[in-house]
Design a protein around this ligand. Structure first.
Ligand SMILES: C[S@@+](CC[C@H](N)C(=O)[O-])C[C@H]1O[C@@H](n2cnc3c(N)ncnc32)[C@H](O)[C@@H]1O
Length: 412
């Protein structure tokens, strides 16, 4: 059993580390990341340039526990959750290799760090009616860890972005898992707005080269400029409720459940919306899906033309496209497409997205434009990571206060 280091930097091993948002937060709070891993080459490149060469670029499922250092205090990992598919759950909760959290479980089991932190999307809590999160907690508890989880919103910690993420914390010291208290919000410090965070870049030219703006060197102020004012829309008016009733009737006739339709399309919940009109949350299938659905349900031609005939339409820019908030925290920065900048000439730049994710301005991203956006959208906001790191530090202090000297580091 390894001892918990005191008066030394707490050592961290980080899995699924991406370009290093989570790791940087811990480093800023005095932790030392000694080994990290991610198989996304551009993220590895970014990580090496800004954080250090202790990152490995391997597929974690191919990394033996013996290749990972033994002595560390905290294991970090925002494991991807694509593996939790309906098909996998049905087959077996035990032996699915693509449950990447099992890699984390394996490493916790083999290395027994004092703490672990698993970060994940909000959807994890509702996945399979809450069964997945229950399974995760139970699996770690069986290894002797005290496990708690909480939904955190980065805006509550001074990040200029609404981003809800689940933090799953575990420790084998028997101390309470502490989650950071919000610092921003009603009755606290005001939320940080997009304007405050990125306003200085609003009118700066976008450029692949670093540029001096207001005395500071700014990297990666580049952006997609595909800000279209036309789109392919349905040529004819069509009523979603009518289409919904029609599709439901044919689905019942065929005796196929919504779940089965989802499975057929490989969607998680999307297909369900075609058969729903409550709260106006329904939708009409796009033409490709319509033809595929027709093959599955065998319906007649009643709505074919109305649903599938498209034409190029003008859009009212402000009404139709998502434009980043300006006087509020941003909506969640995603790994796919950045929103349009409020100046409406371009999308949010890589640098602006990075600022919204609270990366420092001298943190430089590598790779294609799309891959830079992806690294940033995948990351844990650095400031939120710092707050969680602080909480873990606090837990270690509690541990030293409550555990008699002779037993320290030896609790199972
Ligand atoms: C949500 S991102 C983590 C972001 C990171 N925590 C941060 O704050 O920047 C998940 C990462 O897992 C990596 N990943 C997915 N499957 C992997 C595997 N089998 N082996 C190694 N890395 C993997 C992806 O490349 C991605 O960068």
């Amino acid at each position: 059993m390894k001892k918990l280091s005191k008066n030394k930097k707490l050592k961290v091993v980080s899995l699924f580390s991406g370009c290093g948002g989570l790791d940087l937060g811990f480093i800023n709070q005095g932790f030392e990341v000694i080994w990290s891993n991610d198989f996304f080459p551009d993220a590895v490149e970014t990580y090496k340039y800004n954080i250090g060469h202790h990152i490995n670029g391997k597929d974690i499922t191919k990394v033996k526990s013996s290749e990972i250092p033994d002595s560390f205090d905290v294991l970090l990992g925002g494991f991807p959750c694509q593996g939790f598919s309906i098909a996998n759950i049905k087959r077996s909760m035990e032996d699915e290799r693509n449950f990447l959290y099992r890699e984390m479980l394996r490493i916790v089991k083999d290395k027994r760090p004092a703490f672990f932190l698993a970060e994940n999307v909000k959807g994890l809590l509702s996945m399979h009616q809450g069964e997945i999160i229950k399974m995760i907690v139970k699996d770690f508890e069986e290894l002797g860890y005290k496990v708690d989880y909480k939904l955190l919103n980065s805006a509550d910690y001074g990040v200029p972005q609404q981003r809800e993420r689940v933090a799953i914390l575990g420790n084998r010291l028997g101390v309470p898992n502490i989650f950071p208290k919000p610092t921003h919000g009603p009755k606290l410090k005001p939320y940080v707005t997009v304007q405050k965070a990125t306003g200085h870049l609003a009118d700066a030219w976008i450029s692949y080269n670093p540029q001096k703006i207001k005395g500071k060197t700014v990297h990666n102020h580049i952006a997609r400029t595909n800000v279209q004012d036309t789109f392919w829309g349905r040529k004819n008016e069509v009523n979603q409720h009518d289409v919904c009733d029609y599709l439901k009737m044919w689905r019942n006739k065929k005796g196929i459940s919504t779940k089965k339709v989802d499975e057929h399309f490989g969607y998680k919940h999307t297909a369900g919306h075609w058969f729903r009109k409550d709260n106006n949350s329904g939708s009409i299938p796009n033409p490709d899906d319509w033809w595929k659905l027709k093959k599955l349900l065998g319906f007649d031609n009643k709505f074919d033309k109305k649903v599938t005939e498209l034409e190029l339409k003008e859009i009212k820019f402000e009404q139709s496209l998502r434009i980043n908030n300006w006087d509020r925290p941003s909506d969640t920065i995603t790994a796919t497409g950045p929103e349009i900048h409020p100046n409406k000439k371009r999308r949010m730049s890589v640098r602006e997205c990075a600022i919204i994710q609270t990366f420092p301005e001298d943190f430089v991203f590598s790779g294609s434009l799309g891959n830079m956006y992806k690294q940033i959208g995948n990351a844990v906001p650095v400031l939120m990571a710092e707050q969680i790191a602080k909480s873990i530090k606090k837990s270690t202090l509690d541990y030293y206060e409550t555990i008699p000297k002779t037993n320290r580091g030896n609790r199972k």
